[in-house]
Design a protein around this ligand. Structure first.
Ligand SMILES: Nc1ncnc2c1ncn2[C@@H]1O[C@H](COP(=O)(O)OP(=O)(O)OP(=O)(O)O)[C@@H](O)[C@H]1O
Length: 247
């Protein structure tokens, strides 16, 4: 298989301005099938904006995004169609409060993939079991803890059978004792071969689960490498300073 065939996502010279604020500066990223890439870096370095550009929640100012062989920015591919391939899990869960857990999970497959109710529900129950919430199908999100809500959000993303999952600081809003249950689910997905790009402040997770760690600062990718390299022997002074502060 050629290099390009293996590439799931190829981002070239991606820039983003908010007014005069140059938030992403010609960022390149290549993600291969089955890879787990963790993006770390200080607050305001552009990590979330980068993920939001990948998911088309933000329109990049310039640069290109190719998903497999498709030019994501050329307008031929509908955003909803693209998002069936590339799912996203947010810091704030974004569950629908007036829908029961099962309906939160079945809504997108039913409306976007025309799945019938019974079929979608069977699958949703399996996904709830997978994230350790088999008995929570019939409750409303308000009765769940933050960690449980985030696991429902992961099940909801999985219900669309994405080939690539983006996680934007999925545990940052959680009380410390709830972080582990979400990271365990994410680790399980990584072990199953799910391709993932994860913006995280959880250095232990990045070190243990990532195939590649990217350090961003000031809108640039300052350094990237295997977790052993980034955490064990970072080459860049700025990476060293950041890790010294957070570890
Ligand atoms: N919608 C927006 N409008 C204007 N400026 C924005 C917007 N979103 C982000 N920014 C700015 O872009 C810069 C990068 O923000 P971003 O949220 O991508 O950083 P981050 O690395 O994810 O930070 P954190 O770890 O705190 O979430 C910041 O200066 C921020 O103020």
């Amino acid at each position: 298989m050629s290099e390009t065939k293996q590439s799931m996502l190829t981002i070239t010279k991606l820039s983003k301005y908010y007014g005069k604020n140059h938030v992403l500066k010609k960022v390149n990223l290549n993600v291969k099938k089955g890879e787990v890439v963790c993006i770390i870096g200080p607050s305001g370095s552009g990590k979330s904006t980068f993920l939001r550009c990948i998911n088309l929640l933000e329109r990049p100012s310039s640069g290109s995004i190719f998903y497999q062989d498709n030019d994501v920015l050329d307008g031929k591919w509908k955003t909803n169609e693209y998002r069936q391939h590339v799912g996203m899990v947010f810091q704030g869960y974004y569950l629908f409060p007036f829908k029961k857990v099962i309906d939160n999970i079945t809504m997108a497959p039913r409306t976007l993939k025309n799945k019938n109710k019974a079929e979608a529900e069977v699958e949703a129950l399996e996904l709830l079991k997978k994230v350790g919430l088999a008995d929570k199908d019939d409750v409303y999100p308000a009765s769940l803890s933050g960690g449980q809500k985030q696991r429902v959000a992961i099940a909801r993303a999985l219900a669309m059978h994405p080939e690539l999952l983006l996680f934007d600081e999925p545990t940052s809003a959680l009380d410390p004792e709830l972080v582990g249950e979400v990271l365990r689910v994410m680790k399980g997905l990584a072990e199953e071969g799910m391709t993932m790009v994860v913006v995280t402040h959880e250095m232990g997770f990045a070190r243990e689960v990532a195939n590649r760690v990217i350090f961003m600062e000031g809108g640039y990718i300052v350094e990237e490498g295997a977790p052993e390299e980034i955490f064990g022997n970072p080459k860049n002074e700025r990476t060293r300073e950041f890790l010294a502060r957070v570890l």
